[in-house]
Design a binder for this molecule. Structure first.
Ligand SMILES: [Ca+2]
Length: 476
């Protein structure tokens, strides 16, 4: 480990897993509510490997594992409690919903009584790791809780709350041991929040890709760091840093970002601009395989090579392809940038689109939406915050953005919600969660969106009913 001791990582995992679990109920298939009993037998070939996982977890938690025979005997016992507990250590856990946080011994193992799949929890995530009737499935080899054809390893996309009253972007993407962090908003202190969240899921302390879309504070601050808060570059081993070719910024936070990034390069990271990626030059690639059947693809943004007074239009744009699904990220790209993006790229239909510029009225234009036709839209913002404007309809997420998106989907999710805004002034008390940390999970066939606070779509929230209108032509 380059930057943190194994002990610190273990401690942070234990402390943080409870925090992160709410956003990580991320498994597919129906959870067995049947009562057909536990049919584990000593001759099942996968049982020993499940025991080995159990023993590893005990060691990681500082517990002494049961002997194999005692453990086998314990799982042959009565069924575990119905629900999502399972820390009793006696019997398999089963229930109707995805298990939530447990740090107990057998709480890390779960048997689905409908199909006898064995689930294990690793890095805070549940995934299928075998079947007690003998079929062994390894998520890293393509199985991930679904028997459907054409599936890939499980991809997770997390839209993070940032522990601050300000709007900003931070998106954590994970597939297997490959971790991607996109932007580090919104203030330097966000680094603590982001580190805690990522630590609970990133098992190797290494971010294989860091993508920084543009140089505005609310996208770079946690990477910039300051005397009080260490940069995210100091907190994680970063392998590839891919950022914007152009900027008009000369701010202090931008200069600290460059300095922190360059220090990371000095200790082994490689740095490419998105233009180098797009052009496949200097060792950079336009497309990276993240896992079998899953690719990260950089798009051509006209403003990679042309100057503009609008910093947002310099945003790095990319999409992830997973089988039939595509997930698009455009940073804070604005109307003009979106028009060029459509003109210069063969954009796919998108299962998911991260709303450009926090749901601004000047992004998510019809020119883009009509091509990508998103099914799900995630907005990183503080809904109803007067941070940038005192005009209600222009506060993120804006009425005009909603008017345009509504034609394609009602599945809009928003991270945070303002608390105590002062009417007519750029003052507000703080934030609370709207959906909270929003987690998207897919194996290329199954697809779920889950909020750590709730999974209510925007149009059904109280805030929306009081502050916005769903157009009559919108998807109902
Ligand atoms: Ca990693």
């Amino acid at each position: 480990m380059k930057k943190k001791s194994a002990l610190r990582i273990l401690l942070s995992f234990v402390l943080c897993s409870m925090i992160a679990m709410g956003a990580c109920a991320c498994s597919f298939g129906s959870w067995g509510s049947g009562n057909s009993g536990n049919t584990a037998t000593e001759t099942d070939p996968t049982i020993r490997s499940v025991y080995d996982l159990y023993a590893e977890r005990c060691a990681a938690n500082g517990d002494d594992p049961l002997t194999y025979d005692a453990w086998l005997s314990s799982i042959k016992g009565e069924k575990g409690d119905k629900g999502d507990k399972g820390e009793s250590g006696n019997g398999w856990h089963y229930g109707n919903g995805a298990p939530s946080a447990t740090l107990g011994k057998n709480g890390d193992l779960y048997l689905n009584f409908e199909n006898y799949d064995i689930y294990v929890k690793e890095g805070g995530q549940w995934s299928v790791r075998g079947n007690i009737k003998g079929e062994k499935r390894d998520p890293a080899e393509g199985g991930s809780g679904s028997e459907s054809e054409g599936t890939t390893a499980e991809l997770q996309i997390h839209f993070l709350e940032l522990g601050s009253k300000y709007t900003g972007d931070c998106i954590y993407i994970k597939i297997g041991d490959t971790d991607i962090l996109v932007d580090g908003g919104c203030r330097e202190a966000s680094a603590d929040t982001i580190e805690r969240y990522v630590d609970a899921l990133c098992t190797d302390n290494t971010l294989e890709y860091v993508i920084v879309t543009h140089a505005d504070q609310d996208h770079i601050a946690a990477f910039a760091g300051n005397g009080t808060y260490a940069s995210l570059f100091e907190r994680f081993v970063c392998e590839k840093i891919i950022d914007f070719p152009k900027t008009g910024k000369t701010t202090d936070v931008y200069n600290r970002y460059v300095s922190s990034r360059n220090k990371e390069v000095e200790v082994g990271a490689v740095h490419y601009t998105a233009l180098e990626c797009y052009n496949n030059i200097n060792g950079a690639q336009q497309s990276y395989e993240l896992s079998e059947g899953v690719t990260l693809n950089f798009l051509y943004n006209y403003y990679y090579e042309h100057s503009t007074s609008d910093e947002n239009n310099y945003s790095v744009c990319f999409y992830i392809n997973q089988g039939d699904y595509n997930y698009l990220f455009t940073g804070d790209l604005e109307e003009s940038g979106e028009a060029f993006l459509v003109q210069n790229n063969d954009l796919p239909h998108c299962k998911l689109y991260k709303a450009g510029h926090h749901g601004s009225k000047t992004s998510s234009t019809e020119a883009l939406l009509s091509v990508i036709q998103p099914e799900y839209v995630c907005v990183c913002c503080v809904a109803g915050s007067p941070e940038y404007t005192v005009t209600n309809e222009n506060m993120f997420p804006t009425q005009l953005m909603i008017d345009r998106v509504a034609k394609y989907t009602k599945n809009i999710f928003v991270t945070s919600l303002v608390v105590d805004p002062v009417e007519g002034q750029k003052k507000w008390g703080g934030i609370t969660s709207m959906n909270g940390n929003v987690t998207v999970c897919s194996n290329g066939v199954d697809f779920t969106v889950t909020g750590s606070n709730n999974s209510t779509i925007l149009k059904d929230t109280d805030w929306f009913k009081q502050n916005r209108t769903w157009p009559s032509y919108g998807v109902q």
